[in-house]
Design a protein around this ligand. Sequence first.
Ligand code: FES
Length: 175
Amino acid sequence: MITDLEDRRVFLENTMKMLGLGLCAPVISAILSSCEYYLENPYTSSGNFVEIDINASTRLKNFVGWGDFHNFQNMNYGVPLIIMRLKKDPDPDTEPGDLTKYFVCFSSLCTHASCYGPDNITKPSPSFPAISCNCHGSKFDPYDGGKVLLGPAEKPLQSYPTQYDPKTKILKIFY
Ligand code: FES
């Protein structure tokens, strides 16, 4: 089956050759291959996790529905994550309930053509509660597993499970 990425790779390689830049074609091909690998091999848990002290992020500490970029070199291929708080901390003497439901976390790598990061992706906010890719207009729903709200993307954003302890304010992101 010919995928979009294969189509793009062949197109770019042919274009580079036509422009007399054939030596660059292997580089382009390698970049697209890594994107292809990334998109075709979604998250499977290794049991590892990274931690964030939510107190260190004013937005995540205080506001529901706002996304924030965070970067961890040792996960998600170094591509920034988008983390968003879904509900407020409970009162200190109230049982916190399901610790996996306080935050969501997604890769910011758009599943259409691999744009990513703060230069290309708009974080969700209460007034516009979607993750938007500014390259070609795809939109993803952070309240529903990162599913596609608007194409051209066809696949959801890659999501990572979270676990938050309201007492310590530590958020774990599993990968
Ligand atoms: S790369 Fe995101 S919509 Fe095309």
